[in-house]
Design a protein around this ligand. Structure first.
Ligand SMILES: [Fe+2]
Ligand SMILES: [Fe+2]
Length: 205
């Protein structure tokens, strides 16, 4: 048998059911314990995945990891709070697995840990970023206009104008990933709201 990819998941205690409908409270106490341990590693798994963007240029002047660091650094230096900075850092993390819908991948990952506005910015930044290049590809650069009456329209436009579209400068002195690691760990330590928040509360009890 191969070594487990995620050692924290290799618990010695195992539930005994063969079908979930046979599960007992004891089974689920074991699984709940495993879930809480696994959850603690989320920030590190996300950071590991972000590193996959290192060296991935896709024709851009900087690789996707540098673009992410530069977007986050610009937001941080502009005084944005930690939730916002984490969103800025992770906003393109879906480029590896969601090549056709990358904003939704990042938005799903950060959703339990950020405000509705920050989540919305992340989820919709693709349409707003298009303002800066869609016309070069024969597309409608004003696609973002469909959101013009949305309460978070300006916040998303600001994210793209100030940080995202501005983060392709090879000479910018971005902070390294190590600078952001403790921020990611703090923001992802505990969900603000999630259907699983109760399970996390039980751990604290
Ligand atoms: Fe993006
Ligand atoms: Fe981006």
């Amino acid at each position: 048998m191969n070594a487990p990819t995620h050692p924290e998941a290799d618990t010695t205690e195992r539930a005994k059911f063969r079908q979930m409908k046979e599960g007992t409270a004891d089974d689920w106490a074991i699984i709940g314990k495993g879930y809480r341990e696994h959850s603690k590693g989320l920030a590190d798994r996300v950071l590991d995945h972000l590193r996959l963007l290192d060296g991935d240029f896709g024709g851009f002047p900087v690789d996707r990891l540098e673009h992410s660091l530069q977007t986050a650094t610009r937001a941080h230096r502009d005084g944005r709070d930690e939730q916002y900075v984490v969103m800025a850092l992770l906003h393109d993390i879906g480029d590896t697995l969601g090549s056709y819908n990358h904003p939704e991948v990042a938005a799903s990952i950060i959703k339990p840990f950020v405000t509705d506005e920050i989540h919305w910015i992340c989820q919709n930044h693709g349409a707003f970023q298009g303002y800066y290049y869609f016309h070069h590809l024969g597309m409608n650069r004003n696609l973002r206009d469909k959101f013009e009456n949305h309460p978070h329209y300006q916040a998303c436009a600001d994210f793209c104008e100030k940080y995202d579209q501005a983060a392709f400068d090879p000479d910018y002195d971005s902070e390294p990933l190590e600078f952001f690691e403790p921020i990611v760990r703090r923001v992802m330590e505990r969900p603000l709201a999630s259907m699983y928040a109760k399970a996390m509360e039980d751990e604290a009890a």
